[in-house]
Design a protein around this ligand. Structure first.
Ligand code: NAD
Length: 521
């Protein structure tokens, strides 16, 4: 059993999910890291939080293939050294976005309603009710700077307050802004007109101290400024100056160092929290789940999601790798798990045609069942060693397939058996759109799927459903179009649990199916 070490106090759901998938998991947040690893030098994976994963630590584990940071920041991991050892490093972005978005709402209200001062003075025996006349968010203008994961979730959470939303993010489209009922505005306009402003941009060279005098000078008196992003984006000295002439309520969660000691913003912050943005049970749980799923996807299926030390290019959404893998697995199951494959033909439509070197490895890993294939060199080596040709077809962009992928497998004694599977991505979900002669499937190929291909006639679906029900299997989704001539039909069923292979084969025989198989993703 491959061994995964979790040398930290991570939610146990990570361990449980990995164990359910057959991994041996050692979770120990007490033993000193190196002492722990010394005992488990055969580990293939590490799931960590903020432990320091240095070159020395990486070198202690000769079989290591993966380090997953359950969380977003990975500056505690030597990612370059990991790459040189062919160890993938992943993070779990977005797991804590909602926690931060909620914190921002909380800080806006706490700042505008004097929660902290109210608490302190009442606790001290005073009654300063008249001093703390606050203002409401409802109906106000709120500005969000940086409209990524957190910024967008914040916009969603603010909907109930009927606010007018203005956003600034140079990389966000008008459509995305409209989807959130927001107006794209300049930073000047946001600072001049907003009653509440929340920062959600990354710390980069371009954003360093970007929130400075020119914007503070525009701010409304009494406006609330929340920083749950990074301390580097705000010019504290400029804020100090601005607060001399007007009231700016500043609520802060982030510092140049996450450690005890007086903070440089002590005198200018109305509320200071010790970087609590991501500190919720739910965010921890999400990160633990994502870490487990990404580990399983990588080690079992060769799918590399959120790899931070491997250059999946910016323009390629990682879900497309998941899509190529899923299509290949469906094609593989259709043509027969043991049928020798002689040729793979793949078509990458739209922008995907520039990314074939990242989309081919998941196909080869899925077809071969060799989940160690994660890059193009390994994929090519495998194909060469098996004498399998892999052709990337020229695509006819006139076909208006958008960003989609087709995987064809050619097999059979005369190399005449062929199956072609096509899919795309819709709203971030992978979708199977065609399999063999059956189009317009629009099926999400995840979970437990059973497929039956049969001569079209009434009553077959009912018989299939009944056979599943008799085994206690619930059908969660079903697609059943027929082919163009109407002679054959396909039934694709999403089941709530894995069906026994014998059951599917039995139903296949009973209904004289041309094909009957299962796929689990
Ligand atoms: P994200 O990458 O999803 O979004 C960041 C957005 O900022 C992107 O849409 C990007 O286009 C935009 N952006 C980049 N440069 C910009 C600029 N010059 N002006 C305006 N927008 C710009 O990131 P996210 O997950 O939403 O995180 C946002 C911030 O929150 C990050 O700084 C992150 O470090 C911080 N964060 C804080 C906590 C916490 O505990 N307080 C937790 C998680 C993340």
């Amino acid at each position: 059993m491959p061994k995964i070490i979790i040398p930290t106090k991570l939610e146990t759901v990570c361990k449980e999910l990995l164990e359910a998938q057959g991994y041996e998991v050692i979770q120990d947040g007490k033993t000193e890291l190196k002492a722990l690893l010394e005992k488990h030098r055969d580990a293939v994976g590490l799931v960590v939080r903020s432990e320091k994963i240095t070159a020395e630590v990486i070198d202690m584990l000769p079989s290591l293939r993966l380090v997953v940071r359950a969380g977003a920041g990975y500056n505690t991991i030597d990612i370059k050294h990991a790459r040189s050892r062919n160890v993938a490093v992943m993070n779990t972005p977005g797991a804590n976005s909602n926690a931060v978005a909620e914190e921002a709402v909380g800080l806006m209200i706490a700042g505008a309603r004097y929660f902290v001062e109210g608490d302190k003075t009442t606790r001290a025996g005073l009654w300063e009710k008249n001093k703390y006349m606050g203002s409401e968010i409802t109906g106000k203008t709120v500005g969000i700077l940086g409209f990524g994961n957190i910024g967008q979730l914040l916009a969603k959470r603010l909907r109930g307050f009927d606010v007018k939303l203005k956003i600034y993010d140079p990389f966000v489209s008008l459509d995305k802004a409209r989807e959130h009922g927001a107006e794209i505005a300049s930073m000047e306009d946001i600072f001049a007109t907003c009653d509440f402003l929340s920062l959600h941009l990354p710390a980069t060279k371009e954003t360093e101290k970007i929130i400075s005098t020119q914007f503070f000078s525009l701010m409304k008196d009494g406006a609330v400024l929340v920083n749950c992003a990074r301390s580097e984006v705000l010019d504290e000295e400029a804020l100090r100056e601005a607060r001399k002439t007007k009231r700016i309520v500043f609520c802060n969660d982030v510092y140049d160092k996450d450690e005890a000691g007086l903070k440089t913003c002590n005198d200018i912050a109305d509320i200071m929290l010790p970087h609590l943005g991501a500190s919720t049970f739910e965010a921890n749980n999400n990160a633990a789940r994502m870490a487990a799923n990404q580990t399983i996807n990588f080690l079992d299926r060769g799918l590399a999601m959120h790899v931070v030390n491997k250059s999946i290019p910016d323009g390629l959404a990682p879900e497309y790798q998941q899509l190529s893998s899923a299509l290949a697995r469906f094609a593989r199951s259709y043509i027969g798990a043991k049928a020798p494959v002689f040729e793979i033909q793949a078509s990458f439509y739209g922008k995907l045609k520039d990314f074939s070197r990242w989309l081919i490895p998941p196909i080869v890993a899925a077809i071969s069942g060799d989940n160690k294939i994660t890059d193009i060199d390994q994929a090519e080596e495998y194909l060469k060693s098996r004498g399998i040709t892999c052709k990337i077809r020229d695509t006819d962009e006139g076909k208006r397939y958008g960003e989609s992928i087709t995987v064809d497998l050619i097999s059979g004694a005369q190399q005449m058996d062929r199956v072609s599977v096509r899919g795309t991505l819709t709203e971030g979900n992978i979708i199977l759109s065609r399999m063999g002669e059956f189009g317009k499937l629009y099926y999400e190929p995840t979970g437990h799927t059973a497929v039956f291909v049969y001569d079209d006639r009434p009553g077959v679906l009912a018989q299939i459903s009944q056979s599943m029900a008799l085994e206690g299997l619930n059908i969660e989704d079903i697609r059943s179009p027929h082919n163009e001539s109407g002679s054959k039909s396909i039934a694709i069923l999403k089941l709530n649990a894995e069906p026994a292979v014998e059951l599917i084969e039995k139903v296949g025989r009973l209904l004289h199916c041309h094909a009957a198989f299962t796929v689990h993703i």
